[in-house]
Design a protein around this ligand. Structure first.
Ligand code: GTP
Ligand code: MG
Length: 439
């Protein structure tokens, strides 16, 4: 990495745009405390204050114009978020005050920070690994408790630890293989190769399985309700939401345009999508709705396939891509059942019977493979690296020692990418591009 040892000092408004009780301008870099000296007047001088302290006083612009009063927090590198000297100015949360304060900091020699640049500096200073930096972003964006919990785990370094444990096992096996390459007639003993590699494979399979849950927890899931006309899709959507969002009538073909509604299912943000009933139709408008329904189902994280339980069963006229997760639902369970199927959950939108179980089944289908309390993969970048590591370990298990050694080196490289110890600048840039300015 070529960007270590920054000579420039960066500044940004760290709080969200708009009016609030408190607003924060953050400055980091070798000149941070000099900038603070230039715009803060209080009982002490920031550059003469010990790290981890705060001063009360006022912020002044050029010509000694008083902008606001507030706090100046002083952090000294390496004991700061970025690892550099950092000053944070807490004022009243007024966009007018904050923009003047930032302008003054720039006058005094700071430059505007790019998105995520504070966290980038923390990463480059070795204070966070790349997975932790991504967890910072996940935490900032967390809208639900599940997302917050996973981000906090990621930020604690739990994901890096989990990956490091796997890497440590692979490294030991690689060392054993390399030590034996000079004595090929002996071969690496099973307990130093076969056994640990089987363990590493199992650990990686479990890790890869968390990717789906991690992405669902942080970004939410799309859940499409499909079925024939009058199957009860709109009624079930309303029942899950607890209010009348979608129009329900006894006329088949009521829903045409699809419709979305947000729901939090035990801390997971879910977008429910109600769709037009699937059938052959000469009505051009309805046919367009049916085409949309099929593509919505194909793009959903989970499909609820509804069939009317009060009528003879007919198969669903739709092909879903292999691997699509489907929960089958037998609707109208308050009426006498025309068919039974252990694979379909009986639900009544009228009485609410079966709804709690359906909610649980949805939650389990979305998060099922990942255990609570463990660090999950939360970005596609992480998932991709973990999948590649798994493929190399699987290859290594089947190959002779010399070739297995090569595969293990590749697996270790993929794991190092996951935690960001071995990544190109492009990857790092791509990660931090998603951040907001000031973080
Ligand atoms: N008894 C009973 N009737 C239901 C239930 N769910 C839906 N219905 C009735 O079934 C009819 C169709 O319900 P909708 O929710 O509009 O069905 P849909 O699948 O959205 O239909 P389209 O939008 O036309 O595709 C309405 O008359 C509902 O009152 C249920 O659980 N029990
Ligand atoms: Mg409908």
């Amino acid at each position: 990495m070529t960007r270590l040892g920054f000579s420039d000092t960066i500044a940004a408004i760290a709080t969200a745009p708009g009016h609030a009780g408190v607003g924060i301008v953050r400055v980091s870099g070798p000149g941070a405390l000099r900038v603070a000296d230039g715009l803060f007047r209080g009982r002490g001088q920031p550059s003469r204050t010990r790290g981890g302290r705060f001063l009360y006083g006022e912020f002044v612009a050029e010509g000694a114009e008083r902008l606001d009063d507030g706090l100046c927090l002083v952090f000294r590198g390496p004991h700061s978020y970025t690892g550099e000297d950092v000053a944070e100015f807490q004022t009243h949360g007024s966009p007018a005050v904050l923009s003047r304060l930032l302008a003054r900091a720039l006058d005094l020699g700071a430059r505007p920070a790019r998105p995520g640049e504070f966290t980038l500096r923390a990463y480059l200073a070795g204070r966070l690994d790349l997975a932790q930096a991504e967890a910072v972003l996940d935490l900032v964006n967390a809208g639900t408790d599940t997302a917050r919990r996973q981000a906090a785990l990621g930020l604690s370094g739990a994901l890096g630890d989990r990956v490091d444990r796997i890497a440590a096992g692979l490294t030991r096996t690689l060392a054993a293989i390399q030590a034996m390459l000079d004595y090929p007639e002996e071969g690496v003993p099973e307990e130093e190769r076969g056994v640990p590699l089987a363990q590493a494979e199992a650990d990686l399979v479990a890790l890869v399985a968390t990717a789906r849950a991690g992405q669902v927890a942080t970004r939410g899931a799309r859940l499409a309700l499909i079925g024939r006309p009058n199957a009860g899709k709109s009624s079930l959507l309303n029942a899950l939401l607890g209010y009348e969002r979608s129009i329900v009538t006894p006329i088949p073909g009521t829903t045409r345009d699809y419709l979305e509604a947000q729901l939090s299912l035990a801390g997971v943000p879910v977008t429910l999508v109600d769709t037009a009933g699937l059938r052959e139709t000469a009505d051009e408008v309805e046919a367009a709705g049916v085409r949309q329904a099929v593509s919505l189902a194909q793009g959903a994280d989970l499909v609820l396939a509804l069939e009317d339980g009060s009528l003879p069963r007919e198969s669903l006229p739709v092909d879903l891509p292999p691997g699509t997760r489907v929960i089958r639902v037998r609707t109208k369970a308050d009426l006498s059942a025309a068919w039974e199927d252990a694979g379909a959950r009986a639900v009544s939108a009228v009485t609410g019977a079966g709804l709690p179980e359906l909610r649980e089944a949805i939650h389990a289908a979305l998060l099922g493979d990942a255990a609570r309390g463990e660090a999950w993969l939360t970005t596609e970048r992480q998932a991709d690296a973990a999948r590649r590591a798994l493929a190399h370990v699987q290859a290594a298990r089947t190959l002779p020692d010399d070739l297995a050694g090569y595969e293990l080196e590749e697996a270790l490289r993929a794991l190092a990418e996951l935690t960001g110890r071995d990544v190109s600048e492009d990857v790092v840039d791509a990660v931090f591009r998603n951040f907001c300015v000031g973080k």
